[in-house]
Every structure is written in C-alpha cells, then in structure tokens.
Design a protein around this ligand. Structure first.
Ligand code: GDP
Ligand code: MG
Length: 655
C-alpha cells in the first residue's frame, strides 16, 4: 500500500464538513486540540480502493482571514504541505454566500476540488445547479453532493482520486483580473517575490496585505528586506482596503456562478411552528418547553442500558463468592466488587443517558430545531460569551449534569463548549434536587422554600461570575458576536446515519470514561476503607479531622465535610453518608454507592446532631460542589482536556 494521502475539509460553518468527516471515517477518528490552542482538532482515516486516506476536519469560519485562531490554523495547515488535496465544501442552497471561502482560498497553492453540498436542499428550494459549467470556469472537479446521502459517496471517491491524480489547481485568473483593478494592488504584488512564503502565491499575499491581515503583514515583515516592506506599507496606506478586496471576491463569485443556477420560484413560508419560535413573547417559553420534552424523550432510549447498569450489580455476590472460593484476599474481593463492578454499573447508566441525549439532541439539530433554539437565545447567551445553543445544556443540567455536558457537543466552538459546561455545573442536578428540598425541610420546615429560592439566585450569580472569570480565556472576542442567521428549512432526519453516529459516540464514550470512573471510585473506596467497620479508622477521617479547623470556618465539621467530599462521587449519596456517620451503621462508601440498609428516624437523627447553620452551609456546599463522577467523566470526554476539567473542578471546590 502506498503512503496515505491527506484530505483537508474546508468550508464555512454548517457547510457539512463534520457530516462528511463522520461518514468517511466512521469510528476511525481522533479528536484533540491543535497544539497550544483552544481549538478542536479532528482527524480520521479511511480506506478506499485499497488506498489509505487521512482526513482533517478543519475548524471553520467564514473566510481565511486572520480574524481568529481557527482561521489561521486552517490556512497554516493547508499550506504546510500536509494536505495532499483540499476538499472545499459550499452550501448549494446558498451558493453565492458560501463560495466566499473558495474565493478566499484562491491563490493558495494546493490541489483542490469543490463539493456543492446540500444538493438535496437546493433541489427542495427549486434550484438547479449546473456543476459542469462551474467546473469549466474553475478548472477543478466540481460535483453536486449530499453529505447526508450515502448514494452521493461513490461520486465523491471518484472525484477525490481524480483531483489527486490530476493535481487539480484552481484557475484564479478571473479573480486576479478583478484584483488588478484595485489601485496599488499590482505594485504590491510585484514587490512580493513568488514563493517567499511557502504555500501562498504573491497574488494571495498581496490581497491580504490590502486587507491588512496582521499575520500576513508580520510574516512579510520578516521575509522581506526593510526597504521593500516599507514601500509596501506605504502603497497600502494610499490604497483601498479590505472592502475593495471583498468586492472583487464577490464579483468573481458572481461571474463563476453566472448562468449556472436556475431557480423555479418556490414559496417560502414560515410554518406554524416558526411563528411561535420567532414570536417575541412565546419564543423563549417554546424553546424551553422543546428542550424539556427532549430531555424527557432522552430518558426513553436510556432505560435499557440503565437496567443493565442495575443488573450488573447482581454480579457482586457470585463474583465475591467465586473469588473467596479460590482463596482471594478480602481486599482483592472488595476491589473486584465495590470498585470494578460498581464502576461498570455507573458506566452503563451513564452510557444510557449519553446515548439518549446524543440521539435526541442530534435529531433536533438535524431536523433544524436546534437552529431555532440558537436563534431565540442568541442575544441572551451572547452576553455570557456563548451561543444560543448553550441554553440547551443548561436546561438539561437540571435533570443531569452529565447529560448537559454530553449535550454541549452541538456547540462547535471549543472554547464556548468548555465555558458552557463550566456554567452548566452550577445548575443543581436531579440528585441535588432530591437532596436539597429534603434536607431543607428537615431543618427549616416551610422555610425550605426560601432555601430553594436563594439556591436558584446563587446559581444565576455563580454562572455570571464563572462566565466572567473563564470567558476571557476561553472565548475570543471575535467569537462573541451574535450570529447573523436565517432559519434554515426543516429537514427530514436521516435516521441511519444519525444512529450510526450516536452509537459510535457512545462506544467512544465508554472507552474514555472507564479511564476516569474506575480510578476515582478506587481512590474514594481506598480513602473510606476500614478493616474494622469503624468510620474513625478510615483515611478519610484522618484527613477530615486534620483539616477540620479549616472546614469549621465554612461551618462544616468532619462528618459534614466527609459527606461533602462523598457528594462529589454522587450527590444522592450525601444524605446517606451523613446518616451512616451519625448512626454509626453502614459504611461511607456503601452510602455513596447506595448499598447501605435504610435507617429509621433519619430526620430525627440528623436534627439531633446537626445545627441549623451547619445544615445550611452543608446544603450549599453540596449543591455547588463538583458534580458527580459521571458528569466529571462526561466533561472530560467532551472537552478532551484533562487540564480544563481539573481547572473547573478546582474552581468549584474553591468556590
Ligand atoms: P459543519 O459546520 O461544516 O461541520 O457542518 P455539519 O456537518 O455540522 O452540518 C450542518 C448541518 O447540515 C447538520 O445538521 C447536517 O446534518 C446538515 N447537512 C450536512 N450536509 C447535508 C446535506 O447534504 N443535506 C442536508 N439536507 N443536510 C445536510
Ligand atoms: Mg463541524
């Protein structure tokens, strides 16, 4: 087999890059970050015709200007020589606008071909596009395509092979002619020797000088002698800038598609649903309702794996019996049952929910409802530096923080995704809602209403403060615009490809979270292990009592503090741990994983031992604690950053 060829996918947001990438590579993909940047890097591979291909899904924006890290990374990658061919995607349903990326690419020296994606949508709109005519003008292979339609892929593979074989280059003469009409352009172009910055033609560099692209200007400053560079800067000052260059690109695009698009007029009407979503009064409630219904729907496919998660626990006894029959030490048996089997039970329950959330919210995205959610909440979320879609993980987090983290997948900007998850942690989850009202009413009777109200207010404040603290680092200024968007037409979902994708995601999640859940369970089990069954002989007690002077300042004695720590494994365990500690029955770990026997008079027991201020401190500490172990695992999985998962955990602990 010859060496693998690398394909780079280039296109504006929502042009279908990720859909194509997932369809090509299936599960053979790897998601990480570009070195030193908060930008997601997606690579994958596939074989076709006995040949190996690597694919890079490039982080997209609207152009290749140096407006953001994403754009600079993208153009550096393309020109680095790592890409053997660049696959440019345009959206056929709005061809004029989406060809801007191609126009900005023109002048970069790498072989390429063009996919007119969303051909199905264009057809629905009554548009007929003559790909051959466009191909003629551009000099590269151009094909109509539907990333969501398996039948499109044969043609794709053939075109890919052809583009590589023929080393097909974009014909940019028309655009160059346009540029030459700008005063000073030709002169700048002549001052830049061809090949001075590898991968870029002097035509491209000159256009970026006029746009005053800081990265290009910086590179030219290093590459050229001072005299030439000063001369270029001088010419630029007296020339028209970015607007003129943009105008040339649009003129070129118009010329390229001239005569290639025929449209029958089709009536576009806002459906009944859209009249509700776009209503000033009903828009937000409608979105909230949609997401909550989605959340409920997510639980349905989650039920079977959750049942498996429960059944796995039944293995504990036979495994323990088997191991002790072959003479295993007590210690090992406990690790096998309480740590390993217990972890798998958690993992199955988690996978069920991840599967449900990914499926339901993937569906909402594909159908076009996610775009409506973005549209309605963009301004509100924009104030926090987020996208409208972020409202979805927040709402899901009222049910389950893990679901919120998994749902943040639909946010395509990595920094905004991490920030969304960081804020979603502040939302009290279902388990917290099971704990807070119960403890509050034990200690404060009807005053519990106030506790809950203040918790909600604290949540909002917490989210605001957290956005301020992490926002600057995670979300670049340029990304903080409200999106200018149109509501896309509703699509019929493609269940086959969606399901394949969701299953792939779930499988991937499984292997990643194992690495998080088993060690944390093991550590906590070890800390709370006692050979004699007395809480005072655990390491947790030793740590707790040693730092009690500190935790006392916050109103927590060692027992409360231990229960607080335990609630980081599972919030529903907090009350159980308290009960175990104050009643002296059951183990701490057993309380967390829910295997202790029930205790009578729990309320009386707690009331007798814990003062009201302590209880209040405890309720707040547990609510705003780090979320449970599975949510932590999901956060790590989605951000693929141990650093950020740790930073956010640390921040929540300090808070
Ligand atoms: P990216 O931002 O370029 O990665 O775009 P995505 O791959 O996320 O696609 C954006 C949306 O368009 C998704 O909801 C896709 O399901 C949908 N989509 C992508 N390609 C097609 C297509 O050819 N036809 C239709 N109908 N939808 C598509
Ligand atoms: Mg994408």
């Amino acid at each position: 087999m010859s060496a693998a060829a690398t394909i780079a996918l280039l296109g504006q947001p929502n042009s279908g890059k990720s859909t194509l990438f997932n369809a090509l590579t299936g599960l053979r993909q790897h998601v990480g970050n570009w070195p030193g940047k908060t930008v997601e890097k997606k690579e994958g591979s596939f074989t076709y015709g006995g040949k190996e291909y690597n694919v890079a899904d490039l982080p997209g924006s609207y152009s290749l200007s140096a407006n953001s890290d994403e754009e600079v990374i993208t153009r550096d990658f393309i020109t680095s020589g790592k890409a053997d061919v660049v696959c440019i995607l345009a959206d056929s349903s709005q061809l004029q606008r989406s060809l801007f990326m191609l126009a900005d690419y023109a002048g970069i020296n790498a072989p390429c071909f063009l996919l007119l994606n969303m051909a199905d949508v264009a057809a629905d709109q009554g548009k007929k596009i003559d790909a051959a005519a466009i191909e003629e003008k551009l000099g590269i292979p151009v094909i109509p395509f539907s990333a969501t339609d398996v039948k499109s892929y044969d043609e794709f593979y053939k075109t890919l092979e052809k583009a590589i074989r023929k080393d097909s280059r974009l014909d940019v003469s028309g655009l160059k002619e346009q540029y030459e009409s700008i005063k000073g352009y030709q002169e700048i172009c002549n001052l830049i020797p061809e090949g001075i910055i590898p991968g870029y033609s002097s035509m491209w560099l000159a256009s970026k000088v006029l746009e005053n692209d800081r990265v290009v200007v910086g590179k030219l400053g290093n590459a050229l002698d001072a005299e030439t560079f000063d001369r270029i800067k001088e010419i630029r000052k007296s020339s028209q800038g970015a607007v003129a260059v943009g105008g040339c690109k649009f003129a070129w695009i118009d010329d390229v598609i001239d005569g290639a698009i025929q449209s029958k007029s089709v009536k576009v009407t806002l459906g009944k649903l859209d009249r509700i979503y776009t209503s000033k009064v009903w828009g937000k409630p409608a979105v909230v309702l949609t997401v909550l219904l989605g959340l409920i729907a997510s639980f349905i496919p989650a039920i079977p794996p959750m049942i498996i998660g429960e059944l796995v626990l039944m293995l504990k006894e036979p495994v323990a019996a088997g191991l002790s029959a072959i003479g295993c030490a007590e210690f090992i048996i406990l690790i096998a049952t309480d740590v390993i089997i217990q972890s798998f039970s958690y993992i199955f329950k988690m996978l069920g929910f991840v599967f449900g959330v990914t499926l339901v919210f993937g569906l909402l995205e594909e159908v076009g409802i996610m775009a409506r959610i973005s549209y309605v909440f963009d301004n509100t979320m924009g104030k926090l530096g987020l996208q409208g879609k972020s409202v979805m993980p927040f709402l899901v987090s009222f049910g389950c923080t893990m679901g919120g983290a998994a749902g943040a997948r639909v946010i395509d900007n990595w920094g905004q995704k991490v920030l969304t998850i960081a804020l979603a942690w502040a939302v009290p989850c279902g388990a917290a809602w099971a704990t807070i009202p119960m403890l509050s009413s034990i200690f404060f009777g009807p005053g519990a209403v106030w506790v809950v109200t203040v918790i909600l207010l604290t949540m909002l404040l917490h989210m605001y403060v957290t956005a301020k603290i992490f926002g600057a680092k995670l979300v670049q200024k340029e990304d903080r615009y409200g999106m200018i968007m149109e509501l896309p037409p509703y699509h019929k979902p493609k269940f086959g490809s969606l399901l394949k994708y969701v299953l792939g995601r779930t499988k991937d999640t499984f292997f990643r979270v194992i690495k998080v859940i088993i060690p944390i369970c093991a550590i906590f089990w070890f800390l709370s292990y006692t050979a004699d069954g007395i809480a005072e002989s655990t390491i947790l007690y030793k740590i707790g009592s040693a730092i009690e002077p500190v935790t006392k300042v916050f109103g927590l004695n060692w027992k409360l503090f231990t229960a607080y720590v335990a609630s980081a494994v599972g919030k529903e365990g907090a009350v159980g741990v308290l009960t175990a500690l104050y009643s002296g029955t059951g183990s701490i770990y057993g309380a967390v994983v829910g295997t202790n026997a029930a205790v009578d008079n729990q309320a009386a027991l707690l009331l007798a031992n814990i003062a009201k201020p302590e209880a209040l401190a405890f309720i707040f500490a547990v609510t705003f604690n780090v979320p449970c172990i599975v949510a932590l695992a999901a956060t790590y999985k989605e951000t693929h950053s141990a650093k950020w998962t740790f930073l956010i955990s640390l921040y929540y602990t300090v808070f």
